[in-house]
Ligand binder design. Structure first.
Ligand code: SAH
Length: 352
């Protein structure tokens, strides 16, 4: 039988478990710290617990619900891509990116995805299942253990739609930011969504200080529908209303991701429309930030980005509307680091 994943237990659940084993409730703090702060590889390492308790835990639980099956390090920029295998043999990917301001890990929130964005490799096989809080945490823990690097920023921008796995996402964030765990600052966590409106509002009500990133990718509903099926469900106006609510409740600036796809959303016309949209529909002091992502080619689709000069021109136009714009450069292009590509090539290989 598959052992249960101890990293998915909240502090309260761990306390209940230990009390049911006849232990005092303060033991929970000790076990929780071994699991979430010291990141020990086995129960045998939990030296302040009785042998009996260590054995009991060992019998019912595993320490990590995932193991490294592949790791690739970019020669260009040190970006490291990890392919992890879960207990049910499914695979997910995560990326460690090194920046001057610290190390950032990009994690997956689901195995596959059901959102169907046209340019995204992660959604081609549909959704297989949600990841548990322990599986999300473990991507960060195992990268930290494997590389010896301290992780200071986490972006939930890997495979999956985090707001389609809402409850597990919230447990994950609470555990990751808990002072008894890695204690990563809420401000250093970014959650990226294709725009599930009800859950943006729910997230606002959690009153977390995380950054919300919206995958906008188009300045009007018609163009958005060409790229993202979710646009048939929610209009840009509904998303902006939810963003304004998020800003009102949390005071946090919202980021917008915009993947530039030549011939679809990357002309001067769209740049003006985007500037206009953000200027007129977003609360005046919400200070939108736009991240332009020249679309990464995936072999299943013909989408491509335009020339460098067109990308810069697009940026300049949007900036004229008083909006902060950055261009996100592809990292680790020599190791299939972009958007679900390593997992995809692994699956393609093992199926052939
Ligand atoms: N489901 C979440 C997180 C997914 S991926 C979301 O939709 O936001 C993070 C970002 O990468 C999203 O903005 C996504 O649209 C974008 N993305 C996915 N595939 C891409 C590609 N091939 N090129 C450029 N951006 C891509």
């Amino acid at each position: 039988m598959e052992k249960k994943d101890i990293r998915s237990l909240s502090y309260r659940e761990l306390e209940e478990l230990l009390v049911s084993y006849g232990e005092k409730s303060f033991r929970a703090k000790q076990v929780y710290e071994w699991v979430h702060q010291k990141l020990v590889p086995s129960f045998a390492d939990m030296t302040n617990l009785s042998k009996n308790l260590r054995e009991k835990l060992e019998e019912h639980f595993c320490i990590s619900p995932l193991s490294v099956v592949d790791k690739r390090v970019s020669q260009n920029d040190g970006t490291a891509k990890f392919l992890f295998q879960l207990q049910d043999k499914r695979v997910i990917e995560s990326v460690l990116m090194k920046y001057k301001h610290g190390n950032s890990v990009c994690i997956s929130s689901q195995v596959g995805c059901r959102m169907g964005c046209r340019f995204c490799a992660s959604t081609l096989g549909g959704l297989e299942r949600n990841l548990t809080p322990g599986e999300m945490l473990s991507q960060i823990y195992e990268i930290q253990r494997n590389t010896g690097e301290r992780v200071s920023n986490v972006v939930v921008m890997g495979t999956g739609e985090p707001l389609d796995n809402y409850d597990n996402l919230i447990s994950f964030i609470r555990m990751l930011t808990d002072e008894k765990g890695l204690h990563i600052s809420q401000r250093n966590i970014t959650v990226s969504t294709c725009g599930i409106v009800e859950n943006i509002r729910r997230l606002a009500d959690e009153k977390l200080q995380i950054t919300l990133a919206i995958s906008l990718h188009a300045p009007d509903d018609e163009t958005r529908k060409e790229l993202m099926p979710i646009a048939n469900k929610y209009t840009i106006q509904e998303i902006f209303d939810a963003c304004n609510y998020y800003f009102e409740v949390t005071g946090r600036r919202i980021s917008f991701e915009y993947s530039l796809v030549e011939g679809v959303n990357a002309n001067e016309k769209e740049a003006h429309k985007l500037g206009e949209l953000l200027k007129s529909r977003l609360a005046p002091n919400a200070h939108a930030h736009v991240n332009l992502i020249p679309v990464n080619k995936i072999k299943e689709r013909n989408y491509r980005h335009g020339a460098e000069s067109e990308i810069i021109n697009f940026k300049n136009i949007v900036e004229k509307y008083g909006i902060n714009v950055t261009i996100r450069r592809e990292m680790g292009s020599d190791i299939d680091a972009a958007c679900g590509q390593l997992r995809k090539s692994y699956l393609d290989q093992s199926n052939s």
